[in-house]
Design a protein around this ligand. Structure first.
Ligand code: CA
Ligand code: ZN
Length: 303
């Protein structure tokens, strides 16, 4: 089992970053992460207006996967997520639909016995950890960790939780994988701009699926009960269309039905879900199309 600490981080996904670890396909890694504010907010008096915004969304990594080549698929099994003892949730300037009638406010929240989040003395809810930022280096240039894309990045999708498998397209040699931005809880859409932001530890297994007949144009997540195709765009309808198009193609190819039958199936049991829709342009909205697993449904990738 490899281990990497939260002090080995980057603020963008890019082939220019030197890997901090090299692994073989099938290896497991424990990845420790800082929260999305790089720990700059420790109590309720620390407002987002006073922190250094160049240190937002650190991702621990990148990890070089031996033999990974463009066109491969990186399978990331999320085997465990353990979050820290205190999280923080804040409003953000100019972010979200209600900021015009809300204050800039920081709330630090204890995670009681690793299970319960106490927003106030009276308002409590379950801790349900998930990963906000997960991805690989894009084909060219660099993408700040606060942005989503076909390489992954800031997907903020609640389905990326313990037990899920994330499939990412590989664009550069070695893949250059990283993750960060854990949430102890985050509602779909991340309405106020943050979830319960927190540091923590994630155990993953990284497995390479070598280039096959099928190439992956966008991140896909598998859970016990469903498949999710994730896409992003500046316009929500375009994001929905992109995710829907790939879902239709996957269903058609894997279930050997024509595109129209796939479309009908999507209408009957598919769900359009919002991952992230709190950001103004030019930051993208992230959506996912969920297809519940049906009896006899073929596996979409690998085994
Ligand atoms: Ca995020
Ligand atoms: Zn976050």
């Amino acid at each position: 089992m490899h281990e990497i600490n939260h002090d080995q981080f980057v603020f963008s996904f890019s082939a220019k970053h030197n890997p901090i670890l090299r692994v073989q396909s099938g290896d497991q890694v424990v990845i420790r992460t800082q929260d999305c504010f790089s720990g700059q907010i420790q109590n309720d008096d620390d407002l987002v207006s006073s922190i250094d915004y160049s240190r937002i969304n650190p991702v621990t990594g990148p990890i070089y996967v031996e033999d990974a080549e463009p066109g491969d698929i990186l399978k990331v099994e999320i085997q465990r997520i353990t979050v820290g003892e205190q999280g923080v949730i804040t409003t953000l300037p100019n972010i979200g639909t209600l900021i015009h009638q809300s204050e800039i406010r920081t709330k630090t929240v204890p995670i009681m016995e690793g299970k319960t989040i106490a927003l106030t003395d009276r308002i409590k809810f379950a801790c349900s950890p998930m990963i906000g930022v997960i991805g690989v280096a894009p084909a060219e240039g660099e993408v700040a960790c606060g942005h989503p894309g076909v390489h992954g990045g800031n997907l903020d999708s609640s389905c990326i939780a313990e037990g899920a498998v994330v499939y990412l397209p590989v664009f550069v040699t070695g893949a250059l994988f990283g993750l960060g931005d854990l949430h102890a809880s985050m509602g779909d859409g991340e309405m106020c701009g943050t979830g319960i932001e927190i540091d923590g530890e994630v155990e993953v297994r990284l497995t390479l699926l070598k280039r096959g007949s099928f190439s992956l144009p966008t991140p896909v997540v598998e859970t016990k009960d469903a498949w999710y195709v994730i896409s992003s765009d500046h316009e929500i309808l375009k994001a929905i269309r992109k995710a829907s198009e790939f879902t239709q193609l996957l269903l058609s190819e894997r279930w050997r039905i024509d595109m129209t039958d796939a479309y009908l199936l999507m209408g009957a049991v598919g769900d359009i879900q919002l991952s992230q829709c709190c950001k103004p342009c030019p930051v993208e909205t992230v959506v996912r199309v969920k297809m519940q697993k049906l009896p006899g449904m073929p596996c979409l990738f690998g085994a």
